[in-house]
Design a binder for this molecule. Structure first.
Ligand code: N01
Length: 536
């Protein structure tokens, strides 16, 4: 990368105008920093700009999945549904950009190509694909943990004659499947939301499933006005209570503080049933050890398999839809009519676990089980999660060390926020933090606030840089590993492990330790004068 002489100097360059980038820009400006956001898309909104497949909506309740940093914002915004749909979340991101006057600090349709740390200047030189460059004291990666779509290298995909859509890169003009035969590959959260919607429109829908999914009903509907009024009467208190929850949400229904093994079969069934009726992630809180103890987990898994058998009329389809791995090990899906969709005469399920896709053809795909025809294809194949976006950049730290080399065996960092050898670079909601297991807006606010405090500390002490030490980083990797070992999360192939991407190093990337403990640890590090960091 050329170090362009004409680079514009700023205090902070933020990559990404999703929720993280918007709040970081607002916060930086409030601190008096000269900050800007660079965003590849032509709009703010991040995830909620790109993931606009039919049925896309949030799986944390809207009253919780929103910013808490401004009381007026949270009082004035009105959500229409219990789980907001994508279009409404995108409107919310736009509202935040307007309400806080952020737009003049956001460069849209501008994609970062690389960023190099200039050791002499102690600044980041950041270059865009179109050749613009900035020199920034701080570089904040707000590029999202699920922002690089995974497009598997399917043989013959280019030969397929019809349109191909990826759920994470959905067209902005309406897609009409009426009268068409549609094939969909994947049955994760995106597919579970899209399948019921596409099935209503398409003439025929063929679902290619490699791993069956656990899905709990969303019971979505219009937002209960009385519930909204109750929350808004003490929104700050509600947020504070949520921040004390393991996942940063759900304080209205805390986990049942007993083991699934400590109660009678009848009491267990009743607890699962009660949570199933409430919907969403409530199920995983029916007992306090469902994600810690495989025996307890198996009881919850069986409860969902029984539900699938009760919903899906054809016993063979029900059997194939029934997952066999630990529940919650891959993120639990939250659905609206997913299993019931397989009762429709125009929907069929093809198991590709033992007879995988061999190749695509002009008219469909060939698997070990035969040739399947369709006119349009949807790939709901997920993301190169947590590291994909950074690894695709020409990002170089001290001594020109590329991030690809630094992370060749998996992501290393300290507190999930900072990387040894990459001074003054902060990564929001990335690996090594609890973001994947936390209401991500809560995670983002905590990260942005921590970064702001860290910068304020540097400035108060006349310091230029903050950089994690390698020993702090190594200890943190062990901390992340140890937390995963205490859970059921290592028992299946998930994007948390990098297992969905061929060739990606297997390393459990998110921190499973609980948001309150994580946030306290970050605060403690700061209180102790940023232990584990070199400040210079
Ligand atoms: O992606 P996924 P996603 N051949 O990785 C299959 C968030 N999110 O976009 O399980 C055949 O979960 C793959 O099969 P397998 C949420 O955090 C939230 O659905 O690897 N199949 C799987 O079935 C979520 O966890 C919401 O065996 C292949 C699917 O594709 C995360 O995003 C909504 C394949 C991918 O599932 C990712 O969800 C949507 C191949 N080569 C997303 N490669 C909310 O509700 C992959 N698959 C807010």
């Amino acid at each position: 990368m050329k170090h362009a002489a004409a680079a514009t100097a700023v205090d902070m360059l933020i990559v990404g105008a999703g929720f993280a980038g918007l709040y970081m820009l607002h916060k930086a400006r409030r601190m008096g920093l000269d900050a800007l956001v660079v965003e590849a898309a032509p709009s703010v909104g991040g995830t909620w700009y790109h993931n606009r497949y039919p049925g896309a909506r949030v799986d944390i309740q809207s009253m919780e999945y929103s910013f808490s940093f401004d009381e007026t914002l949270q009082q004035e915004w009105k959500w229409s549904e219990r789980y907001a749909p994508q279009a409404e979340l995108l409107r919310y991101a736009n509202h935040v950009a307007d309400r806080f006057g952020l737009r003049d600090g956001i460069h849209l349709s501008t994609r970062i190509a690389g960023a190099h740390f200039d050791e002499a200047a102690r600044r980041w030189t950041v270059r865009t694909e179109s050749g613009q460059s900035w020199s920034a004291r701080f570089l904040v990666m707000a590029s999202g943990p699920l922002s690089s779509p995974n497009l598997p290298d399917f043989a013959g995909l280019k030969e397929f004659a019809g349109p191909v859509y990826h759920t994470a890169d959905w067209p902005h003009e309406p897609v009409d499947f009426s009268g068409l035969r549609v094939g969909i590959v994947g049955t994760g959260s995106s597919a579970v939301q899209a399948i019921p919607q596409i099935a209503q429109q398409a003439r025929e829908l063929t679902v290619f499933q490699r791993t069956a999914a656990y899905a709990a009903p969303a019971h979505n509907g219009p937002l209960d006005q009385e519930f909204e009024a109750r929350i808004k009467a003490d929104y700050a208190g509600f947020r504070a209570r949520n921040r004390r929850m393991h996942g940063g949400f759900g304080s209205a229904l805390p986990p049942n503080p007993v083991s699934a093994l400590a109660v009678s079969a009848e009491a267990r069934e009743a607890a699962f049933e009660q949570r199933w009726k409430i919907g969403g992630f409530a199920l995983l809180g029916a007992f306090n050890d469902l994600l810690l103890n495989e025996q307890s987990n198996a009881l919850a898994a069986q409860f969902v398999r029984d539900k699938i058998r009760a919903i899906v009329k054809d016993p063979e389809t029900a059997r194939r839809l029934s997952p066999t791995h630990t529940i919650g090990c891959k993120r639990l899906c939250v659905d609206s009519g997913y299993y019931d969709t397989f009762n429709r005469p125009n929907v069929r399920l093809v198991d590709i676990s033992r007879q995988p896709i061999e190749r695509f053809t002009a008219s469909g795909l060939q698997s070990g089980a035969g040739h399947f025809e369709f006119d349009a294809l949807v790939l709901a194949t997920g993301f190169d999660a947590m590291t994909g976006t950074l690894m695709r950049l020409d990002l170089r730290g001290r001594g020109g060390l590329p991030i690809k080399e630094k992370w060749h065996a998996g992501p290393l960092n300290y507190l999930g926020l900072t990387i040894a050898g990459f001074p003054n670079l902060f990564n929001i909601a990335g690996p090594g933090s609890t973001s994947a297991f936390t209401n991500v807006v809560v995670a983002i606010e905590q990260h942005v606030d921590w970064i702001a405090d860290c910068i304020a500390h540097l400035d108060a002490h006349g310091l230029a840089t903050v950089e994690a030490t390698e020993s702090a980083e190594a200890a943190w990797a062990e901390h992340v590993n140890a937390a995963a070992r205490r859970t059921v999360f290592l028992s299946c192939n998930s994007w948390y492990l990098g297992a969905n991407i061929p060739g990606k190093p297997r390393m459990f990337m998110p921190l499973a330790g609980g948001f309150p403990q994580y946030a306290e640890r970050c605060a403690q590090v700061a209180r102790n004068g940023y232990e584990g960091f070199v400040l210079a």
